[in-house]
Design a binder for this molecule. Structure first.
Ligand SMILES: [Zn+2]
Length: 319
């Protein structure tokens, strides 16, 4: 039996997390996506589901207990600060801060990835997209960084392996920044193959040397455009993914490699995201009945982000 439904997971609390005036990782990103899906009619073709909260035990599949405890402690700290008339933010690093809603949003974001994994593995949906904030791929086992607190994709990968008993999960990361957090959690775990492409000389300033044999890191210089990116993906990702025969594919779907995005200097456009999504979908259909769970990571030009998500979803939903 084949299902062709595409799920769309989100939660209103993912909008309430914000890190201050002018911060690029802002609630308006989700609004732009929603508007675009509504205006284009693509939203009508998706099965919309509310993201549940992730269980703490599931977050610990990818993170140290103390990391989770520290985030919960920070939430209380912000609450006390606010009550005392102080700042509504607690800064974890120069560009990563928690407000009163961050912990709730982070649990919903990881919960979306987990629930989507359950639904796809149960055969209720062929694939799913999680429109979530905060993003996750810089969050390490024991450290929040780069706008990320909990690594949604790494949690979902471990959840699929440990709770569903899968033995081969692929992770695909096409965000302009290296997914150092996902690599930190999953490097050396032979049940996972991670393929990524990212701009060199850019935050988090690493990834050129993969940390495990299960990591296929493709660093590219600034100003690389779509045709070269497609060639590199054909040559370096696809043979490894084919040979791996994944039972599930998770995508760290960052759209900040778009030509119009100012946080990176790569030259992808909507058609490139459609092409990449198509190649991943083909592999998923050949090896695992199309099972893909895609999670939003970066993408900071809200117009380019919304157009790119639409292109991504049109391919996932066969529109
Ligand atoms: Zn990014």
């Amino acid at each position: 039996m084949t299902v062709n439904k595409t799920g769309y997971y989100t939660h209103a609390d993912c909008r309430k997390h914000e890190m201050g005036e002018g911060h690029p990782e802002c609630p308006a990103r989700l609004d732009a996506i929603e508007d675009r899906l509504l205006a284009s009619g693509v939203g009508d073709a998706l099965e919309r589901r509310e993201a549940p909260r992730a269980a703490l035990g599931d977050l610990q599949l990818a993170h140290d207990r103390l990391h989770i405890a520290a985030l919960r402690g920070m939430e209380l700290e912000v609450a006390e600060q606010v009550q005392a008339g102080g700042s509504p933010y607690a800064h974890l690093d120069a560009d990563t801060a928690m407000n009163l809603h961050t912990w709730e949003a982070a649990q919903r974001a990881a919960g979306a990835a987990i629930a989507a994994t359950d639904a796809v593995l149960a055969g209720e949906l062929e694939n799913a997209f999680c429109a979530i904030r905060p993003p996750g791929h810089h969050a390490c086992k024991a450290q929040a960084m780069g706008f990320c607190f909990i690594n949604n994709v790494a949690v979902a990968a471990r959840y699929a392996l440990e709770r569903h008993g899968l033995s081969r999960v692929a992770v695909v990361d096409f965000d302009v920044h290296h997914g150092n957090g996902t690599e930190d959690v999953l490097a050396g775990d032979d049940r996972v193959l991670m393929v990524s492409i990212f701009q060199t000389g850019l935050y988090p300033f690493n990834g050129e040397a993969p940390r495990g044999d299960n990591m296929v890191n493709v660093p590219v210089p600034a100003y690389t455009r779509g045709p070269q990116v497609r060639e590199l993906i054909e040559a370096q990702w696809l043979p490894r993914l084919e040979a791996f025969r994944p039972q599930l594919i998770l995508i760290s779907a960052g759209f900040d490699a778009h030509r119009e995005d100012e946080l990176g200097q790569l030259g992808l456009v909507e058609q490139d995201y459609a092409w990449i999504t198509g190649r991943i979908r083909d592999i998923a259909r050949r090896h695992c009945e199309g099972r893909i769970v895609s999670c939003l990571e970066g993408g900071y030009n809200t117009s380019a982000l919304a157009r790119s998500v639409e292109a991504h979803l049109r391919v996932l939903a066969d529109l």
